[in-house]
Write a protein that binds this ligand. Structure first.
Ligand SMILES: [Zn+2]
Ligand SMILES: [Zn+2]
Length: 264
């Protein structure tokens, strides 16, 4: 059976309060052997770590500050994040962090200030980064270039640009900077040829699978709550893009995820 990794899920979301354990069991039954729980703000850090701790064979977590909450960044933030990471051995990344010029209420300059500090901290602490970027690639790429002027040394990737939604050229830029690309439900939507072309060019050694549950359901469940058992549908779409069997897409994206998070 395939062993997929869902590299980006929000299973602590209230949308899963009624049936969280069933969702995790359904993922395992669908071949999703592992997932990474993403905490968007300090309010979620402890819960995300506790969820990962409760499922040590299948879960890890990332602790971050989503651009929606970037105005909560202050002088003491990095020290608090560092302490939370040290208290949670199940935390394998900082994230999500990033820029969102589409939906975030926080002004762009406030987002950039928090994001650049968090990028530099991730580099200095040698921990992978989970990056959220919506309608902000023109600012993202120079910021990545400023902070990461060399290819990753200890790992294959500095981090992942999750839910990649840029152009094919931007996909290649992110990969050239040492970042993996996260592919999720939208890769299955009919209209998204440019997205598929970017992921095709990036190739199966630079892409990881994710659902962003409960958001971004693939074509077959559009409009409904998304969950990690949707990963095989996303993998099948990518396998078609790359012209490889789905087993190979599973194997290579899972190997990328292991390298990304240092989770062998
Ligand atoms: Zn995101
Ligand atoms: Zn997310």
């Amino acid at each position: 059976m395939n062993a997929f990794v869902d590299t980006h899920a929000h299973l602590c979301d209230a949308a899963f309060d009624a049936d969280r354990d069933a969702v995790i069991a359904r993922a395992a039954a669908a071949g999703v052997a592992r997932f990474v729980e993403i905490a968007d703000s300090p309010d979620d850090w402890e819960r995300a770590a506790a969820l990962a701790r409760a499922h040590p064979d299948v879960a890890r977590c990332a602790l971050g500050l989503h651009p929606y909450y970037a105005d909560r960044y202050d002088d003491g933030f990095l020290a608090r994040l560092r302490a939370a990471l040290e208290a949670a051995p199940e935390a394998v990344a900082v994230g999500e962090i990033g820029l969102d010029y589409a939906k975030a209420q926080v002004p762009a300059d406030v987002q950039r200030r928090a994001f650049s500090a968090l990028l530099a901290a991730g580099r200095d602490w040698d921990i992978p980064l989970v990056i959220h970027c919506r309608d902000a690639y023109a600012d993202l790429l120079p910021m990545l270039r400023d902070v990461f002027d060399a290819p990753p040394a200890r790992r294959r990737f500095h981090g992942v640009v999750h839910c990649f939604s840029g152009t094919p050229e931007q996909a290649q830029d992110c990969v050239a900077r040492g970042f993996a690309l996260g592919a999720d439900g939208p890769v299955t939507y009919k209209k998204n040829d440019a997205l598929r072309e970017g992921l095709r060019r990036a190739g199966p050694d630079a892409v990881v699978l994710e659902t962003d549950s409960p958001y971004l359901p693939p074509q077959s469940t559009r409009g409904k709550r998304n969950e990690p058992c949707a990963i095989p549908e996303i993998a099948a779409a990518l396998a078609a893009v790359w012209g490889v069997p789905v087993e190979e897409a599973a194997r290579r994206t899972s190997s990328n995820a292991a390298a990304l998070f240092g989770w062998p």
